[in-house]
Design a binder for this molecule. Structure first.
Ligand SMILES: Cc1ncc(COP(=O)(O)O)c(C=O)c1O
Length: 393
């Protein structure tokens, strides 16, 4: 009865089962995978809610691009980052996940392929499968910093390849696309006639002092680029459901892409009017949470660095984003460590293989939890590790 593309193995894994049992017993878990900003104790500006109750929201003005007032506010957001974006090249969408689906529909026939970084965000596999697109991974290599392995891109490209996807900065590696990498990518994209999707949902979140050094792809005028962002990460409000696609590149191909996207967006019109009406106020006054998140991730990354400095845990250098990657002693697999740590010290970690991290015994930690929860969790993990080392001697 069902399509083969939904033929997933939905049996909960051992970690989810243990977590469900513990929660059922009422045990308190320190969740170092929490990536929902609305559950991390940030203080939201209640006055913003007034912008959602404008009388103008009773009027329905369907436009495949979304309301012009909202698009102008987004263009202004980019202008403040020294990036020129024309409001008529923007499409509003409910989430970047939805935008991916529309872009895959625009660019790929069934069975054609998309190049996706590895490690990266696991949802890409589902988004591609749901749109009958094949995922091909290219590697990010780590050697004190993460870099794109261009050989792996060249090896993955074939005539079925239509899109190269960049995540800038990437989740979970936290690596921005460096300027030299950008030039090489544009060269590859040109040579193979690919479209570029640049996912910049974490662009505001730098962990290093080099803030602002990374350019957006949104003003790239040479090749066809779809730049994605939205208030889910930018303002820490995933529940408000507003994201956007900025289309840039050579004018003829951009026009062609936009004519087609207009039909796709017109078919769904999925963005609600109140949030579109409120977007200018949200982008002006909602940055209070962006600033709190920036401060939190830096503080947690710093404490992770100092707490693990004299320990068997190695911390991978990250440049931005909401996650950090650590590696534990390779005496057991990431799954076995994660189970042990949850079982014995009630701390939840994401095993690295969830994100296709190749290195063994790696974990992805969210930097969003409140600082006391985060440092308490790390403390318990280190304690568990010491106890494990003693018992295995
Ligand atoms: C790299 C990346 N892109 C997109 C998304 C999805 O964002 P949205 O809430 O706009 O769908 C996420 C969510 O974690 C993400 O990590």
């Amino acid at each position: 009865m069902f399509s083969s593309r939904t033929d997933w193995n939905l049996t909960p894994n051992a970690l989810s089962q243990l977590l469900a049992e513990k929660r059922k017993r009422g045990e308190k878990i320190l969740d170092l995978t929490e990536s929902n900003p609305t559950l991390c104790g940030f203080s939201y500006n209640l006055e913003l809610l007034q912008a959602l109750s404008s009388e103008r929201s009773f009027k329905y003005e369907p436009d495949p691009h979304g309301l012009l007032s909202a698009r102008k506010a987004i263009a202004e957001y980019y202008r403040r980052r020294a990036t020129l974006v024309d409001p008529s090249n923007l499409f509003l969408t409910a989430s970047t996940s939805e935008a991916y689906s529309h872009l895959f529909r625009l660019l790929c026939n069934a069975g054609e392929s998309v190049l996706v970084p590895k490690p990266s965000y696991p949802l890409f596999d589902y988004l591609c499968a749901l749109n009958d697109v094949e995922v091909r991974h290219y590697r990010l290599m780590y050697d004190d910093e993460w870099r794109i392995d261009f050989e792996s891109i060249r090896a993955a490209i074939d005539p079925s390849t239509k899109v190269l996807l960049l995540v800038h900065p990437n989740n979970p590696t936290g690596s921005f696309v460096k300027n030299q990498e950008k030039e090489k990518i544009l060269e590859l994209v040109q040579r193979h006639g690919l479209a570029l999707i640049a996912d910049e949902v974490f662009a505001e979140y730098s962990l290093t002092e080099s803030e602002g050094q990374y350019e957006s792809f949104a003003s790239e005028g040479r090749f066809l680029v779809f730049t994605l962002n939205g208030i889910s990460k930018l303002l820490g409000m995933p529940q408000m459901k507003l994201a956007w696609v900025a289309v840039s590149g050579e004018s003829g191909v951009v026009r062609n892409a936009m004519d087609r996207l207009e039909v796709i967006y017109d078919t769904y019109l999925s963005t609600a009017t109140p949030i579109q009406q409120a977007l200018p106020s949200f982008l002006d006054e909602g940055r209070r949470v962006t600033d709190q998140i920036s401060k939190r991730i830096k503080a947690n990354y710093h404490s992770l660095r100092s707490m693990t400095a004299q320990s068997p845990v190695s911390l991978f250098n990250a440049e931005g984003g909401w996650n950090a990657i650590v590696q534990f002693p390779r005496i057991m697999s990431d799954d076995a460590w994660a189970l042990r740590i949850l079982k014995e010290c009630n701390v939840l970690l994401h095993p690295g293989h969830f994100f296709e991290i190749e290195q063994e015994a790696c974990f992805v930690m969210s930097l969003l939890p409140e600082e006391s929860i985060f440092s308490n969790g790390i403390g318990r993990v280190l304690e568990c590790m010491r106890a494990t080392a003693e018992t295995s001697l």
